[in-house]
Every structure is written in structure tokens, then in C-alpha cells.
Design a protein around this ligand. Structure first.
Ligand code: FAD
Length: 383
């Protein structure tokens, strides 16, 4: 892929409302800033090649090249990405109770990775009121403070850039699929810097069907008569989307639980999510989501040997409890992931954002023509 600069990033991503605000371009130069979920360029930069462009997950993601780098094989379009094993899991007895989103597996694994020195810091997402905020942490206590899902797109990766500036060289990152894609790009040194050090030693991906726009969500909640006071006092404890057929988002504050119908929430989904082909954060060592039908548990997709070793150590030390997951649940997950992949590929093709074969020019995704055809020809719920 040819690397361009911030002018092209503005044209291809920000001006088209495709920016997901992941923070990959924030904190490496004085020009890009993030404010309430939006990324803005403060001044024009005249560099013709920049990391802002090269690391963006919405600028040509070469799926074959990433797959070859991280999984030593061509991208085959498997709905769940490349993986070794899928398990049910939750935090084990050695982990103290905290505001976990589901089973607390993510927090337990990151806490262990910090304690054993597998990673020297972790890039997480905390909240200030309703607003998700990037946080670089170095101990288990801080990991547990960041537990629970903030359902808005977050500039998490500005904390990775901050960690690089501070000299951390083995960071762990907890990332949604778009963030994990940016991390994968960062790790391949696309601007070919001399003396490049891969700053990441572990990626824990989060399943994600979509994320909400922070500013729209703030404004929506401030207009809810029974929530406005809590939003003003920034007293949000948790957000959750229980599995179907409920069709609600539950927001818990210090004083009450409010259920908001998903049909009121959906218009606030970031436009960019419709173009994202990844539901299970494929560029990770381990991906984690809810275990549908088993509240308080996670589904764990173990993708790499490093991920497998960490899970085994976590089980041995009582940080994690695991169990087999029914084949039917895996099939259901793969069906949902295929729908996201297929629909997004179709959208990207419609907008002229896909490059295949010899086709050159700026795009959002590059993959083989065969895989593109194989995925887009599938019917809804074909798995
Ligand atoms: C925007 C979003 C959409 C999601 N959609 C789905 C879905 O469709 N299906 C599904 O099964 N699961 C989804 N998840 C994942 C799920 O909500 C849990 O994060 C996952 O099951 C892990 O649970 P846990 O109890 O192990 O996490 P915990 O131990 O509670 O840890 C949660 C971790 O998530 C990180 N985090 C929180 N918010 C964000 C954010 N906005 N961006 C990046 N990192 C964040 C925190 O740093 C923390 O480390 C989504 C998560 C997010 C953030």
C-alpha cells in the first residue's frame, strides 16, 4: 500500500464520516486531537507520508498481508477469523469481584499478563461519566477499575501512543475490532521506520457488532427526563445489551436502572461500523465476548500460541475458569459474524472502497477476488 499523509486521510476517512475515532492518529504529532469521541485535525500538516494515514484502520487494510504476518496463511474469509480453540470462560476464584461486563475474563487475563511480566503496561478504556477515556495502566488494581463495556467508539489507541512515548515496549491492548486492526497495522511498521520496535506483546480483542457515537449518545441521554440529572453528575455505573429477545440497552446509574429500546439507540450507531467486516476482533491473540445463554460467562476465541499459553496459565493459577462450549453456540456466533462480514463487504464494494487483484488506488480493504466473491455470495445466516 502506498502511504499518504493527513490531507488524504481527511479526504478518504474523516470527510466521509468513516473515522471511528480509535485514537491511532492521536498523540504522535501535534495535529490530531480527540474530543468527546470525534477526531479532528487542528492544523494542516504538509508531510506527504504520515503514520496517521498508515495506521488508520479505515485506510486500505490488506487482509492477506495481515493474515500472513500474524497467522502465516492467506486470508480465507472464515467468519470468526483464524483460531485454535473456542471455550467458555469466566474469572476464577483468585480474582476479586469487580464491575465486570460479563465473566471478567478480559480483566483477569490482563491482570495476570501484567503480574507475570508478559506485558509491561496495558492500554485500556475507562470512563469519565458516560465518555469512554483511554487509560494506560501498570497494575491489577487499575485493570479492575477499567472493567465493563463502554458502548461508544473510544480513542483508546491514543494511550498506546502515549505508552510508546513513555518507552513501554511490551504493551497489552484491549481492543474492539477496529482498534485491533489499527494495532495490527502499527505492528507491521508500514512507514518503514529504522529502529522500529513492536510496542505490543498481547492483544485481547472484544467482539463488537457496532459502537455508538459518543456525542449523539450524550445529547440523547441528557434529553431523557429521568436520566438527565445522573448524566450531569456523570454517575454512570454500567451499560449492557442483554441477549435477544429483550431489544434494550440497560444503563445503570448510582440510583436507578433505565431500559432504552434498541430502536432508539440504533440511529446513534457510528456510520463507520457498517463498513467494518470484523465482529470478533480477528487480529488478536484472544478474542472475548458474551457467552449467549450463559449470563456471567464469556466466549473465548483463542487465536495464537501466546494466547493459549496465557489462558492455560490463568486456569492453573485460579485466575480463569473454563469449560467446553456447545457446537451450536459456535455455529450461532459464526452466523452473526458472517452477516457482519458479508454486509460490510457489499457496502464497501458499493462505495468503491475495495481493491482486489491488480487494482491499485486508495481503498479501505484489499483482499483476493475469490474470497470477496465467496463471502458476498452467501445468504444471510448461511452458517
Ligand atoms: C463497543 C462494544 C460493543 C460490543 N459488542 C459486543 C457484541 O456485539 N457481542 C458480544 O458478545 N460482546 C460485545 N462486546 C464485548 C462485551 O461487551 C465484553 O467486553 C466482553 O464480553 C468481555 O467481557 P468481560 O467481562 O471479560 O470484560 P471486563 O473484564 O469487564 O473488561 C472489559 C474491557 O473492555 C475494555 N473496554 C470497554 N469499553 C471499551 C471500548 N469502547 N473500546 C475498547 N475497549 C473497551 C476495558 O478496557 C476493559 O478492559 C462489545 C464491547 C464493546 C466495547
Amino acid at each position: 500500500m502506498q502511504v499518504f499523509g493527513s490531507k488524504e486521510l481527511l479526504e478518504d476517512v474523516i470527510n466521509r464520516d468513516l473515522c471511528i475515532g480509535c485514537g491511532a492518529c492521536v498523540g504522535r504529532c501535534p495535529y490530531f486531537k480527540s474530543y468527546k469521541g470525534k477526531t479532528a485535525m487542528l492544523f494542516e500538516c504538509d508531510l506527504s507520508e504520515g503514520r496517521c494515514f498508515a495506521h488508520c484502520p479505515k485506510v486500505e487494510v490488506d487482509l492477506d498481508s495481515l493474515s500472513t504476518t500474524f497467522f502465516q496463511k492467506a486470508y480465507d474469509g472464515n467468519p470468526l477469523g483464524s483460531y485454535m480453540e473456542i471455550l467458555g470462560a469466566k474469572a476464577g476464584d483468585k480474582i476479586a469481584k469487580a464491575e465486570f461486563q460479563n465473566g471478567g475474563s478480559v480483566s483477569a487475563l490482563i491482570a495476570l499478563a501484567l503480574e507475570t511480566g508478559l506485558i509491561d503496561a496495558a492500554v485500556l478504556t475507562d470512563r469519565e461519566g458516560i465518555i469512554p477515556t483511554p487509560r494506560l495502566v501498570t497494575n491489577a488494581q487499575e485493570v479492575f477499575e477499567c472493567a465493563s463495556s463502554k458502548y461508544m467508539a473510544a480513542p483508546t489507541l491514543s494511550a498506546l501512543n502515549n505508552g510508546i512515548e513513555q518507552g513501554f515496549e511490551r504493551m497489552g491492548v484491549v481492543a474492539t475490532p477496529c482498534q485491533a486492526t489499527a494495532v495490527a497495522k502499527i505492528r507491521t511498521n508500514p512507514v518503514k521506520r529504522a529502529n522500529f520496535i513492536d510496542p505490543v506483546n498481547l492483544v485481547i480483542g472484544l467482539f463488537c457488532t457496532w459502537a455508538l457515537d459518543t456525542r449523539q449518545m450524550l445529547s440523547f441521554l441528557s434529553d431523557q427526563p429521568d436520566m438527565a440529572d445522573d448524566i450531569r453528575s456523570a454517575d454512570i455505573r454500567s451499560m449492557d445489551i442483554p441477549p435477544p429477545p429483550e431489544e434494550v440497552m440497560v444503563i445503570e446509574t448510582g440510583t436507578k436502572k433505565t431500559k432504552i429500546p434498541l430502536k432508539e439507540i440504533r440511529p446513534m450507531i457510528c456510520e463507520s461500523c457498517q463498513f467494518c467486516p470484523d465482529m470478533t476482533a480477528e487480529w488478536s491473540d484472544i478474542s472475548v465476548g458474551a457467552f449467549e445463554g450463559k449470563p456471567g460467562w464469556n466466549t473465548l476465541v483463542i487465536r495464537t500460541k501466546k494466547g493459549k499459553n496465557l489462558v492455560e496459565e490463568a486456569v492453573e493459577k485460579g485466575y480463569l475458569q473454563v469449560e467446553k462450549i456447545p457446537e451450536e453456540s459456535i455455529k450461532h456466533l459464526a452466523g452473526a459474524a458472517l452477516n457482519k462480514k458479508r454486509n460490510s463487504f457489499i457496502k464497501n464494494v458499493e462505495k468503491g472502497l475495495v481493491n482486489t487483484g491488480e487494482k491499485e488506488g486508495r481503498s479501505a480493504i484489499r483482499l483476493s477476488d475469490d474470497v470477496l466473491k465467496k463471502i458476498t455470495a452467501q445468504k444471510e445466516n448461511a452458517v
